[in-house]
Design a protein around this ligand. Structure first.
Ligand code: C2E
Ligand code: CA
Ligand code: CA
Length: 561
């Protein structure tokens, strides 16, 4: 047997029941660079100190279970720790004594990929600063600390004053350079314990623990303003930008993260309105965080009664053949005087007042029925993808709604893809696991929407029965020029391959983006290039002709039959 193990591509050890090495194959000996010395050593001596406990308990488990168990650990190799997945099994040898077999697979690349993705999900690609997601984490942490210490802190929103002019006048590359330099300057004026995040095109937010009284705030914001006052030198241009700053203070102005930022924003707007290049501390006179539009909300209830909501369908095409394989259902509100109200405006309101449950149930059922008709016309199998909001997902009637849609339409569950975001899963992972497994019982597939923009843990991809990742539009937009975005897309495709998931690239608008992502193995494309969201009758026409050329300018979109 040792002869066979010797040739294995993985690392292999045989151990006695005390965990001492009886045999190590060539590959593992090479890895540790110590030749035959491995014999007789405890296996634990090869495991990183950080993973000793995990290794010990897994070994004990395998001995007790007399079966195979797995553990991911770091091995102490001479140069650096490397990640391995070890399969540990106990078996009787020829002499009927028990031995332990350890087979290890190199996971270092996968860990590096996950690490990269985690970083990308929480940082802004241009400046490497934390993004809004990490900012919100940091503010919550700072609130918790402030509660314990009884000491307040300030949140400062910093908006560049004339950035738009730079971008429009001198072009994006120079604009980007200015943003990077501004980020560096701001970072330098702050302490290590302060957080600086980039939250929008030309907007930064600083969280300043321990800074709460007027004098301190004046000092810090004075430095922030000053550092952006001095000109930026880029490519022989001397660029003056300047900034306005708004400040809110915990706990005087607000005690939660969302309102703190909104109040600092309100103060910053005030600073811009009153002459720019200044700092204003929030005061109730500046108006609070925008309460959502009350009149729009009232109109929504009316709209439900009047049937003003409708569904659009956006083709999802096979990247290789450009043939339509399915559609994503997108909700629209046709308001009698406002015209088409986009979901970005009304879905958040419906989410807060619960109307989304009603609208979502209607969308799901209608989409299932609609797909039957699409298939009849297309004369081939298609699938339908429907967005499920966090509140819908949490609603205890959700599975009934799903069953109703499936039984009413007669659509087999496997033709249904339910799109949820990472955030939806993370609100209550235990509950999510139950619901997802029940969805899987109904054969419905799960897609992670806006992948890469949400939660920073990837462990859930293994834990939950997920079939599809939808790469968010923001990572596609600047392809192929943006190396960072290209790296993100590669990492996602890589990860999906490892975990056997399909990938849909969202927001593909150009042939260049299409070619780039298709060449790297992305199976599905959804975007304006291959079809905008369209009314059902237009989608039917597209299916009939098996071409999207009539829907879009240019001949390049002709379907290959
Ligand atoms: P989403 O789920 O990420 O949907 C994709 C959005 O990207 C759609 O915006 C679509 O029109 C847009 N899009 C697709 N291809 C392109 C492209 O090539 N370029 C650009 N710039 N945009 C593209 P839409 O329809 O405005 O929907 C916005 C969001 O509203 C959706 O984002 C989704 O989160 C939500 N939503 C829409 N319909 C529903 C629904 O029925 N239920 C729920 N819960 N949410 C919905
Ligand atoms: Ca979606
Ligand atoms: Ca999306």
């Amino acid at each position: 047997m040792d002869f066979v193990l010797e040739e294995a591509g993985d690392i292999v050890f045989r151990l006695n029941m005390l965990g001492q090495i009886l045999f190590a194959n060539r590959r593992s000996a090479g890895l540790f660079g110590r030749g035959k010395e491995l014999d007789g050593q405890p296996i634990l001596s090869l495991i990183s100190d950080l993973d000793q406990a995990a290794m010990k308990s897994t070994m004990a488990e395998s001995v007790l279970a007399k079966g195979a168990v797995r553990v991911e650990v770091r091995l102490k190799s001479p140069e650096r720790d490397i990640w391995y997945e070890l399969r540990i099994s106990v078996y009787p040898n020829a002499a009927r004594a028990y031995e332990v077999l350890v087979v290890g697979r190199d996971m270092t690349d996968q860990h590096a990929t996950e690490e990269r993705l985690r970083h990308m999900a929480t940082h802004d690609a241009l400046t490497e600063l934390p993004n809004r997601l990490l900012l919100s984490d940091r503010i919550r942490m700072t609130i918790a600390q402030a509660r314990r210490s009884g000491q307040g802190f300030a949140v400062a929103t910093i908006g560049l004053d004339s950035f738009k002019k730079v971008n429009d006048g001198l072009g994006h590359p120079i604009g980007d350079a200015v943003l990077r330099m501004a980020a560096q300057r701001l970072r330098k004026t702050l302490r290590d314990s302060d957080t600086l995040a980039r939250v929008g095109g030309d907007e930064f937010v600083a969280v300043l623990p321990g800074t709460y009284n007027e004098a301190q705030i004046k000092l810090v914001t004075g430095r922030l303003l000053a550092t952006l006052q001095s000109p930026f030198e880029v490519d022989q241009h001397t660029i003056y930008v300047g900034a306005s700053v708004g400040v809110s203070v915990y706990p005087q102005h607000a005690e939660d993260e969302v309102r703190l930022v909104a109040m600092a924003d309100a103060a910053m707007s005030r600073a811009k309105e009153t002459g720019k290049a200044r700092c204003i501390v929030y005061s109730p006179r500046h108006g609070g965080p925008p309460e959502h539009d009350i009149s729009l909300e009232a109109a929504m209830f009316q709209a439900v009664r009047e049937g003003e909501f409708l569904l659009y369908y956006q083709p999802i095409v096979n990247a290789r053949t450009r043939e339509i394989e399915g559609f994503e259902t997108l909700m629209r509100w046709k308001h009698p005087s406002l015209g088409m109200v986009p979901p970005a405006r009304f879905v958040p309101i419906a989410e807060t007042n619960g109307l989304i449950n009603l609208l979502g149930a209607w969308a799901l059922k209608s989409a299932c029925v609609q797909l039957k008709q699409f298939e009849e016309v297309a004369k081939r199998p298609l699938y339908i993808s429907v967005n499920i909001s966090p509140r819908q997902f949490r609603n205890d009637k959700f599975l009934d709604v799903l069953d109703d849609a499936i039984s009413f339409s007669g659509l087999p569950g496997e033709k249904l893809v339910l799109e949820i975001t990472e955030g939806t899963l993370m609100i209550d992972p235990v509950h999510a696991e139950t619901i997802l497994s029940k969805m899987a019982d109904r054969k419905a597939r799960i897609a992670i929407d806006d992948f890469g923009t949400g939660y920073s843990s990837l462990a859930y991809l293994k834990r939950f029965p997920i079939s599809v990742l939808k790469i968010d539009r923001t990572f596609i937009r600047d392809l192929p020029a943006s190396e960072k975005d290209a790296a993100i897309c590669n990492a996602v495709l890589d990860l999906a391959k490892h975990l056997d998931l399909s990938v849909v690239a969202e927001g593909v608008e150009t042939e260049e983006q299409y070619a780039h992502i298709e060449q790297r193995g992305c199976q599905y494309i959804q975007g304006y290039l291959t079809g905008k969201p369209m009314a059902a009758h237009t989608a039917l026409a597209a299916l009939k002709e098996r071409t999207y050329a009539s829907l879009m300018p240019g001949e390049h979109t002709q379907v290959v039959q």
